[in-house]
Design a protein around this ligand. Structure first.
Ligand SMILES: CC(C)(COP(=O)(O)OP(=O)(O)OC[C@H]1O[C@@H](n2cnc3c(N)ncnc32)[C@H](O)[C@@H]1OP(=O)(O)O)[C@@H](O)C(=O)NCCC(=O)NCCS
Length: 175
């Protein structure tokens, strides 16, 4: 089983993260500066997963604002999909939310992005509305997804089960 380290994103990771970003979003990607700005922001929690050779495979960004967290980005290198790497990062992000006493987690996702919507539904995010023509590149609508209170048993029990079912990679979570 492949060993994966989940680490705080640092400025040394940004070049590699940006390469993945361009692969994943060829027409509407963030700039390198956006990542540099994000990782130096106190509200932001950015992580990447790396293989044993320290190659970056995926990354996630989350803002914590009082009792709400907002997932700003999540991407997995196209050659490393379906290995539970997105789930591993979401698990780290949600653990962080518990540490910061966050209650609700939200995000926007393109309405055509079935893989991502299905991933979030697995973590019990629900669609609660839509932002019309939200994405500037093609005018696509964004679905707004929210968790229920993450301290409720339903969310916690599901989260625990998902954690126990990570079996495609061996994830090591750095503090
Ligand atoms: C969405 C994305 C992050 C999933 O990454 P991944 O590491 O391949 O996902 P995982 O292996 O952790 O899969 C977890 C769940 O996601 C969903 N999922 C992932 N790929 C899917 C696909 N091609 N079709 C449908 N559901 C999919 C499933 O619910 C899956 O659970 P399952 O394996 O039990 O069916 C990845 O496809 C990606 O980087 N996409 C481009 C960027 C993006 O859309 N980011 C989200 C922006 S909001």
């Amino acid at each position: 089983m492949q060993k994966i380290n989940v680490l705080k994103m640092t400025k040394e990771d940004v070049e590699e993260v940006f390469e993945i970003e361009k692969l994943v979003h060829p027409n509407h990607h963030w700039s390198k500066d956006s990542f540099y700005n994000e990782i130096s922001n106190n509200l932001a929690h950015y992580y990447c997963s790396k293989d044993v050779n320290e190659k970056v495979l995926s990354y996630i960004g989350v803002w914590h604002i009082f009792e709400e967290a907002h997932i700003t980005t999540l991407a997995v290198h196209p050659e490393f999909r379906n290995l539970q790497l997105a789930q591993v990062l979401l698990i780290k992000a949600i653990e962080d939310c518990y540490k910061d006493m966050v209650k609700y987690i939200t995000l926007e996702v393109r309405e055509s992005n079935i893989p991502a919507i299905s991933l979030y539904e697995k973590f019990l995010f629900e669609s609660i509305g839509m932002r019309k023509n939200y994405y500037q590149d093609n005018g696509e609508n964004a679905i707004i997804m929210f968790t229920q209170n993450i301290w409720y048993d339903k969310f916690k029990n599901n989260f625990q089960t998902l954690k126990e079912n990570i079996n495609k990679v061996e994830a090591c979570y750095d503090e």
